[in-house]
Design a binder for this molecule. Structure first.
Ligand SMILES: NC(=O)C1=CN([C@@H]2O[C@H](COP(=O)(O)OP(=O)(O)OC[C@H]3O[C@@H](n4cnc5c(N)ncnc54)[C@H](O)[C@@H]3O)[C@@H](O)[C@H]2O)C=CC1
Ligand SMILES: CC(C)CC(=O)C(=O)O
Ligand SMILES: [Mg+2]
Length: 366
């Protein structure tokens, strides 16, 4: 099956993790006779340098003409302090908005061999498998007015009922195919936007009678994520809260380099991006963890292309690699082996021929 994939590596470690991800994807599609056409575009700081804008028209066109988008990360100190329209992050926010990608799915799943790598290991009584559903195209990051007037500064938090309802319904639907529990996170004791958010959750809940609903205030939810993360199945929340809570939740797995994401709308087109940023502190050293990017590509196979066996094979390959003790230096595995980015990617690709479980998935469905 032919698929057109827009590849936006971005800045910092973005190109490093993207290169590894593409190698794994090529290994997968070889086995299944798919035909993926990768076309590269610029976004973020590299686009500012080359084109004078963080989101060139050519990149928008490429994304609009593609079946799915892979994005690495944007930003870095080189572009800090510039005018707000010339910040790399504007390119990322811009493409999310332009493509209408309102639902950002951020799964947080612990791998057994990595639990000792988590700073929170003492609290991880059981395996954690939760999904943060973050609203991605509204809220504080997009509200107008936003800017400075002398010593005064303003940012605006704005949502419409329709924007809240569509993300809440998406989260209910996801809870229906998981463990049937939805935690809505807000700040309804203070914010008008959160009061409306909570009302809408309660209004639509009767349409999903098989889903148990609870509300948590965001400050307490941040604490509960560390105290007792196993209580969560699906968490739904607005843009800023979801951004912060997902970085926090990544530490349950041991590293920010472990969290993938899918940014979706109502059709099959999606953008797939790791939760982490451009990590300027390690960029260029060849040590970035590529697994969040690789698992984001697995989400692309699942959500945009309906290729569930292929996605399973990728995820199993990642898990087996970690179970065998191979990892990058952001993680720790007892008696494990620290590898650089490209060597870890090699180990993941080896799983496609060498590992019984992955080979089994491939044989069964090839
Ligand atoms: N989606 C995106 O493109 C995002 C971009 N950013 C941008 O990235 C730049 C750096 O932001 P930070 O706050 O430092 O966040 P960051 O996520 O880039 O890095 C935070 C920490 O996690 C580590 N880390 C992140 N990803 C890793 C990986 N794959 N492997 C190993 N270690 C990893 C970094 O080395 C750093 O110590 C900023 O310009 C920021 O605006 C930040 C978050 C998301
Ligand atoms: C530009 C930022 C909103 C990127 C980020 O931190 C994220 O989406 O997680
Ligand atoms: Mg973030």
């Amino acid at each position: 099956m032919e698929k057109r994939i827009a590849v936006l590596p971005g800045d910092g470690i973005g190109p490093e993790v993207m290169a590894g991800c593409q190698r794994v994807l090529e290994a997968v599609v070889d086995r299944f006779n798919h035909h993926f056409v990768f076309t590269e575009g610029k976004i973020g700081g590299c686009a500012i340098d080359a084109e004078g804008t963080p989101l060139p028209d050519a990149t928008i066109k490429l994304c609009e003409e593609s079946d799915a988008i892979l994005l690495g990360a944007v930003g870095g100190p080189k572009w800090d302090g510039g005018p707000s329209q010339l910040r790399p992050e504007k390119g990322l926010l811009g493409i999310r908005k332009k493509m209408g990608l309102f639902a950002n799915l951020r799964p947080v799943t612990t791998v057994k061999s990595l639990i000792p790598a988590s700073p929170l290991k003492e609290h991880l009584v059981n395996h954690v498998d939760l999904l943060i559903v973050r609203e991605l195209t509204g809220g504080l990051y997009f509200g107008e007015p936003s800017g400075r007037d002398g010593d005064a500064v303003v940012d605006t938090l704005q949502y419409t009922k329709a924007e809240i309802e569509r993300i809440v319904r998406k989260a209910f639907e996801l809870a229906q195919v998981r463990r049937h529990k939805l935690t809505s996170v807000d700040k309804a004791n203070v914010l008008e936007s959160s009061k409306m958010w909570r009302e809408i959750v309660n209004q639509v809940a009767p349409d999903y009678p098989d889903v148990e609903v609870e509300h948590q205030l965001v400050d307490s939810a941040a604490m509960q994520l560390i105290r007792y993360p196993e209580q969560f199945d699906v968490i739904v929340t607005e843009n800023l809260f979801g951004d912060i809570l997902s970085d926090e939740a990544s530490m349950l797995t041991g590293s920010l380099g472990m969290l993938p994401s899918a940014s979706l709308r109502s059709d099959a087109v999606g953008m797939y991006e790791p939760v982490h940023g451009s990590a300027p502190d390690i960029a260029g050293k060849g040590i970035a963890n590529p697994l969040a990017m690789i698992m984001s590509a697995a989400m692309m196979l699942r959500y945009s292309f309906n290729m569930h066996k292929e996605a399973n094979a990728m995820e199993v390959a990642v898990q087996q690699t970690l179970e065998e003790g191979y990892h990058t230096s952001d993680l720790a595995i007892e008696k494990g082996t620290v590898l650089k980015t490209s060597a870890l990617v090699d180990k993941v690709i080896e799983q496609f021929s060498g590992n019984d479980t992955v080979a089994g998935i491939l044989e069964t469905y090839a």
